[in-house]
Design a protein around this ligand. Sequence first.
Ligand SMILES: [Zn+2]
Length: 314
Amino acid sequence: MKRTCPVCASATKEIARIPFIWIQKRYERSYGIKIIPLCEKDADYIYSKCETCGIGFFSNAPEGDGKFYKALQQNPWYYRKGKWEYKEIANLVKVGDNVLDVGCGIGEFADCITAGALFTGLEINAEAAETAARYGRRVLIQSVDAHAIDNCNIYDIVCSFQVMEHVSEPLPLLRSMYRLVKPGGFLVIAVPNNDSYIGSHPNAILNMPPHHMLRWNESSLRKAGSLLGVDSDIKFKYEPMDDAHKKDYLSYVAINLIHKYGDECEKVFNSSFAYKLKSKLLSRFLNLNKVKDDICANAYPIGHTIIAVMRKPN
Ligand SMILES: [Zn+2]
C-alpha cells in the first residue's frame, strides 16, 4: 500500500527500493551493528517523496531502538562538539528565558546559552541523561507528551537539534512540542537539509533507517509550520559548509563529475559496478588532504543543516 506523506498527508511518489540485506551488511561492516529485519526477511526499505511538501521518507523500515543508538554513540563523532546550530540558537536566548531542548542527548546546549536562562532537557536515553547530570545540566528522562501534561505554554524557546529526522511520524511530536511554547515564543527545529549536498549522496547509510527515517528541506519544514498554526513567521538559517563535512561534500562533487546518474533513484541507492569502482578510486584520491583543502577553499554551497525558527502567534 502506498503511504501518504508523514507531514502533510498528500500523495507521494516512490523513488527507490533498498534491499534489506544491503542495509544490514553496510551497518554491520561500518559500525558493527546487526540490524534485525522488521517482519518479512529480505524486504526492501522503500524511499518515497511527498509530491506536495517535498519531504523524503522511508517505509517498511524500523526506527532505531535504544540498542542501536547505544552502539552508534560509541563513535567519537556522534556528539560533535561546538555545533553550528547551537551557536545560532544560543544567540536567540535572552536572560530570564525558559528553554526546553527535546532529545537533548548529554545536554551540551545548556552550556552554550546565557547563564541567566533556565535550561531543561528531555532525553529518553537514560545513560545520556546521567552524563548530563554529571555535568550539572538539568535533564529529565521523560517523553514530550508526558512533559506536556503540566507544562503547556510555559517555554520561551522549545528546540530540537538533529532529532526530527529520526522519527517516522513527526507531526504528533511537533504538535506536542508546539503546545509547550508560550504565545510569542519560538519553536526551533534543526535537521539535515536534503536540499544541500547530502540529498544527492547515494548509499549514505546513516541517512537511511534505522538511523534517519525522514529527509527534510525548507519546503517540508514550512509545511509543518503551517500545519502547527505558524503561517508567516518562519525564518530559516542555513549552515555554511563545515570543516567536518568537507570530505563528504567533495566526494559528492567528484562523483558527480565522473558519474552520470540514470534517475533520482540512483542518487539514493546505487549498486552498479561502475559506481562502486568510481567511488572506490575516488575515496583513495580524497585521502590526499592537500587536494581536499585546495579544492574546498573556494565556492562553498550550503552545508549540512537547516534550522527553522517558528514564532507562535500571540
Ligand atoms: Zn508532504
